[in-house]
Design a protein around this ligand. Structure first.
Ligand code: GLC
Length: 434
């Protein structure tokens, strides 16, 4: 082949593979809109309480300043015999979620899977001796959902993770002078390799903590070999997504516990706890939870801004997702079953301003009006719809009985609606347009 032809050929194939990878890799994620986050680890044993103080969660080791010599003893008490992978996967499915992200290792450094690189894991260090991630990966996929791993960069247990890079002025459960970040990087890469080799296709590698240490150091991404890590992930599983907490923007952003005020320019996923106090890991004293109404409206709000909602549960050390958390997810799931069309596969609102009564999502020529505040006059004003409406009906109404649309010249279009809100959580009106 002539030189110039080779160049053209290479350029075309390189371009094609990048373009294809870019589009396809994100599609399932953008369509999903709603997933389950699970923070489950050794910290579930103390259940948020240490020496009479009851406010802790997955940060208990740091916050109660527990050295590894004490903390490691929790492993002997960790025996999640009630863990039922199929029940968790079914709950996620019934809740209307499309993917599950679970903590393979949190900041305490305890591996929730069978790692050959440490004995500080659920198989080697606990009476349970089984690998719950294997069972969960299978069960989640059997429900048709995507299985994903969370992985913490900071590690308060591994002696090679330097305390100076840890959070809150350098906490480590077992600090040593000889800590060597390069050795730690090798360990981390080895663990990520295990996660991507032994558990089938992984949807997301959800890193955490990469931004929390050395915040002002522009070399942060270098320190943890972020690009090398991403390259290795892509080599092992080209379709695996990576969130932005490794120190590089990667595939998508991760606002936490708060919904952005407006649509973001890049793909994003808001992670949030079902409980009100923001405990990710199990806290037995935290008994206040968000209402199904809040959760449904959060899903709609985030979808209207083009993002995903990753909703967190913190299972107990026995291996159960608590009743109040599960009940709320089921309620949301019932709404999703009726109204899922207005969430899955949608794009954000096309309107310039957020309507005072709620939110809007879109799928091609169909618009979904999420009415949180039902109008009292039997008429819903819909300003600024960027297309000519053909018909409107309630998404929850199987008969699709048409609602009258009124488009007076020079005035705001209105839709005639029933007197009372048909769905107290969020009534969705479908508007099909030309
Ligand atoms: C925060 C918490 C961490 C949790 C994460 C989830 O960074 O400190 O424990 O895993 O949020 O986004």
């Amino acid at each position: 082949m002539k030189q110039s032809l080779i160049v053209v050929f290479l350029a075309v194939t390189a371009f094609a593979s990048v373009a294809r990878a870019g589009d396809d890799r994100m599609k399932w994620f953008n369509d999903a809109r709603y997933g389950m986050f699970i923070h489950w680890g050794l910290y579930a044993v103390p259940a948020g309480e240490w020496n009479g103080v009851t406010k802790y969660d997955e940060w208990i080791q740091l916050e109660a300043k527990i050295p590894c010599s004490e903390y490691d003893k929790l492993a002997a008490k960790f025996n999640p015999e009630k863990f039922d992978a199929r029940a968790w996967a079914k709950l996620a499915k019934d809740a209307g979620m499309k993917y599950v992200v679970i903590t393979a290792k949190h900041h305490d450094g305890f591996s929730m899977y069978d790692s050959k690189l440490t004995d500080f894991d659920i198989v080697d260090a606990t009476p349970y001796q089984k690998d719950p991630m294997k069972a969960l990966a299978d069960a989640v996929r059997a429900e048709g959902l995507t299985f994903c791993f969370y992985y913490s960069i900071p590690d308060w247990h591994d002696p090679n993770f330097p305390a100076k890079y840890s959070m809150r002025n350098g906490f480590h459960g077992n600090p040593t002078e000889a800590a060597d970040i390069e050795k730690y990087n090798q360990f981390m890469k080895g663990q990520v390799r295990e996660l991507l080799t032994n558990y089938g296709p992984i949807g997301i590698l959800w890193f955490d903590g990469g931004g929390s240490f050395n915040k002002d150091d522009p070399l942060r991404a270098k320190l943890v070999h972020a690009q090398e890590m991403i390259d290795m992930i892509h080599e092992l599983q080209p379709n695996c997504l990576v969130n932005n907490r490794l120190g590089l923007p990667a595939d998508y952003g991760t606002p936490e516990q708060k919904i952005p005020g407006e649509a973001l320019k890049t793909a994003f996923e808001v992670c949030m706890t079902v409980n009100d106090q923001g405990h990710w890991g199990y806290n037995k004293n935290d008994t206040k939870f968000k209402s199904p109404e809040t959760l449904v409206r959060n899903i709609a709000d985030i979808a209207s801004k083009g993002g995903n909602y990753l909703l967190n549960v913190g299972p107990t050390a026995e291996g159960e997702i608590r009743g109040p958390e599960a009940d709320r997810l089921i309620e949301v799931g019932k709404w999703m079953q009726k109204n899922g069309d207005s969430i899955y596969g949608t794009t954000g609102s096309p309107l310039e301003a957020t309507p005072p009564w709620g939110r809007v999502t879109q799928k091609d020529k169909t618009f979904y009006l999420h009415v949180f505040d039902w109008p009292t006059q039997g008429k819903l004003p819909v300003p600024g719809l960027p297309a000519t409406p053909k018909k409107a009906y309630l998404l929850g109404d199987e008969s699709k009985k048409e609602l009258a649309i009124d488009i007076p010249p020079e005035e705001v279009m209105t839709i005639a609606v029933p007197e009372a809100a048909p769905d107290a959580l969020d009534t969705v009106i479908v508007v099909e347009t030309e």
